[in-house]
Design a protein around this ligand. Structure first.
Ligand code: HXC
Length: 524
């Protein structure tokens, strides 16, 4: 195919030809389509990269790549870059590899060459140990290319999987992402979606209507609120693209470059007064009264450093990143304010995935425990609370990063074991004086073990109360566990921050290895 610039001006100089091509590449699918993108409240692929990367740091790779398809008139329709801008740059001085799909070119759809460009930067990221950030805005497989496009997707999925646990992979969804366009993000570590302009679905509303006769809008089927609250597919949502990009940068700040490194720490002077007296009055006297575990988190970590992950999904467990004495940590906390902090299927899978991420990338784990047990009932049993609860158990068991638990109140039953108990490898366990470590709550326990005695008593209610009080006194404390060494120290809540800063510092050179294996078989 003749170069259009040469065809238009056969005497064009070599430098002018280069300048013309560079200019053409910046135009993507053309000014009109860019305007349409803006009208939808969306930025273009290059505008997004400008916001994401340090000014002037972007180096593009594959700017002049063109597709090789010829069917359906494609031999006459070429755009330099083929619908994706790829390359590398820095964020706060740190190297990152990026791709940004250009919806103005064939709807950001994935062709063979588009896929090759993404795979190329993923290979570089793997070889050089730096994160990959994908800005996704794609109608899925380029329909005109058929199986070649499907092959391109599979190449990306394969690389995503090889890179998993080696370098952090972050996916921002900034437009409609259909078909294959959702599975690469799903394999990556974190997904961020923009409210009202981004969608993710395997099949769109029209296919849904044909197959299942359901009438559903794109927003209901796969919008940001659906995937943050219902499916849990997305970890973060943002009101607009600018906020989404800020979230990407903040998220990256807690992460290391790769699995061989630790996240960089902010400066912190040891020896300051770190007591937090407000924590001493945070737990209600009544053990059945809720409180917000986020307040405990805020009371412990460096001011303003908590970034919650999956905030709207499985709210009975709170997970997220924070800094403690400048150090990046991952936090998992039961949330007594929602369903009493019980562990159910969604809470278990949410926390398990987070624990595995932190362990993959050497981020120490802090567990804040107040859990009455696993959620009973047919719904949970039939949907597999056994398998799903086991995911969290497995994730903690195999984690080799520094791990500390603070039991703030209830640590009942199997959930005591699961929530980073010493028995499954936690390095240090603290308990507050309000901790109750037992097989179950006192009333339930008394009703079972003293059933006959209570039934035969003159005053069954009084007898029950007597037995509840007895059980409460014996077991609803942290001291039985402390006598056994299952709890290392019972501490005042106000001391927690100080203790944890010192403890994580003490654990910073921890080396723990797992038995040699190909890979474990986590119950999926
Ligand atoms: C080629 C595509 C395209 C595609 C959109 N375009 N999707 N071109 N292949 N997959 C083009 C359109 O022709 C149009 O070109 C431009 O992109 C913008 O599309 P519009 O439809 O005008 O935009 P909009 O109304 O915003 O709708 C966006 C959309 C819709 C929701 C993404 O285009 C759509 O539903 N596309 C098809 C989605 C899909 O079914 N993809 C295949 C999935 S199968 P012009 O020239 O007008 O600008 C798949 C298999 C992989 O991905 C499986 C791996 C596991």
């Amino acid at each position: 195919m003749a170069d259009p610039h040469v065809a238009a001006n056969p005497t064009i100089s070599k430098t002018d030809l280069l300048a013309a091509k560079n200019q053409e590449a910046l135009l993507g699918g053309g000014a009109q389509r860019m305007e349409a993108q803006h009208k939808k409240g969306k930025l273009t692929a290059r505008e997004r990269l400008d916001l994401l990367l340090d000014a002037g740091s972007f180096e593009e790779i594959g700017k002049f790549v063109m597709h090789r398809a010829t069917d359906f008139g494609l031999h006459k329709e070429h755009y330099l870059g083929d619908g994706v801008v790829t390359g590398y740059g820095t964020i706060a001085g740190r190297l990152v590899y990026v791709f940004s799909q250009d919806f103005t070119v064939f709807g950001g759809s994935l062709s063979e060459t588009h896929a090759e460009k993404i795979v190329k930067i993923m290979d570089l990221a793997l070889q050089n140990g730096a994160p990959v950030i994908g800005l996704n805005d794609s109608g899925g497989a380029r329909i005109q290319e058929g199986v070649v496009s499907l092959g391109g997707y599979a190449d990306i999925f394969y690389k995503n999987t090889l890179a998993s646990g080696v370098v952090p992979q972050l996916s921002a969804i900034m437009g409609p992402c259909a078909g294959g366009a959702v599975y690469s993000p799903a394999i990556t570590d974190f997904i961020l979606m923009v409210e009202h302009t981004s969608y993710m679905f395997v099949t769109g509303p029209s296919v849904v209507k044909t197959v299942t006769h359901e009438e559903v809008t794109s927003e209901e089927l796969g919008g940001a609120s659906t995937h943050s609250a219902k499916s849990g597919v997305t970890h973060f949502t943002a009101a607009n693209e600018v906020v989404c990009i800020q979230q990407l940068k903040q998220l990256l700040s807690y992460l290391p470059q790769n699995c061989e490194e630790t996240a960089s720490s902010l400066p912190y002077a040891l020896g300051q007064d770190e007591s937090r007296p407000a924590l001493d009055t945070l737990i209600p006297d009544n053990a059945n009264q809720p409180y917000d575990m986020r307040e405990v988190v805020e009371g412990i970590v460096d001011a303003g450093s908590f970034m919650e992950v999956h905030a709207a999904f499985a709210e009975n467990i709170v997970v997220g990143f924070a800094r403690l004495g400048g150090r990046s940590i991952g936090i998992v906390g039961n949330q007594p304010a929602v369903l009493a902090g019980v562990l159910d299927i969604n809470a278990s899978t949410k926390a398990a995935r987070f624990v595995r991420f932190c362990d993959s990338f050497n981020i120490p784990l802090l567990v804040l425990e107040d859990v009455p047990g696993f959620l009973p009932g047919t719904d949970q049993e039939w949907r597999g609370i056994i398998t799903n609860g086991a995911k969290l158990l497995y994730a903690f068991c195999e984690a080799t990063v520094p791990r500390i638990t603070v039991i703030t109140r209830k640590a009942y039953g199997g959930a005591y074991d699961v929530m980073n108990s010493k028995h499954i490898g936690a390095d240090l366990n603290y308990a507050w004086p309000s901790a109750e470590i037992a097989v179950m709550g006192a009333k339930g326990a008394a009703e079972i073990i003293f059933k006959r005695e209570i039934a035969q008593a003159e005053d069954p209610a009084a007898k029950l109360q007597e037995k509840v009080d007895d059980y409460q006194q014996k077991f609803a404390t942290p001291y039985r566990a402390a006598h056994r060494g299952f709890v290392d120290e019972v501490i005042m809540p106000a001391q927690t921050r100080q203790k944890l800063i010192r403890a994580f510092k003490m654990l910073e050179n921890k080396v723990a290895t797992l038995p040699r294996k190909k890979h474990g078989n986590i119950p999926l």
